[in-house]
Design a protein around this ligand. Sequence first.
Ligand SMILES: [Fe+2]
Ligand SMILES: [Fe+2]
Length: 168
Amino acid sequence: MGFFSKDIQTMDDLFVHTLRDIYYAEKRILKALPEMIEKASDPTLKAGFRQHLQETEQHVLRVEEVFRMHGAEAKTVTCPAIDGIISETEEISGEIADTEVLDAALAAAAQAVEHYEITRYGTLIAWARQLGRTDCAGVLQRNLDEEKATDAKLTKLAESKLNMRAAS
Ligand SMILES: [Fe+2]
Ligand SMILES: [Fe+2]
């Protein structure tokens, strides 16, 4: 973005900009997940992260599909929000020695990531519909559904097992 011009003029520009933000975020998450898989001890948490890594690969491809459908160049814009969430995850997990406390922290950190994705996809879907791009909204909805399902699975796992073990 230039100093002398405002690059986002229209709702369509805003949609494409936000698509580039989530494209950056998905790629950043793709790089962060292998470390989270490695650090997790609980087998269900580990397996859940592994499954979400595969889903995240699809998320990147679906966002690229939306760029193509909308005739916009697939490129990223730095998203300081996801950088912050991920660096906080790395920081906190570096400070925890107890594996069960670490699992509870990793689940919570992953939920912060999911919630960020959920807010972005929710907005993108609403904007796509407003712009008459229900086709794009449909593809984005598939990503949103998987983010929500992951978030719900993490809540269930944390509340039924991880938090209790971390506290004992
Ligand atoms: Fe995602
Ligand atoms: Fe996700």
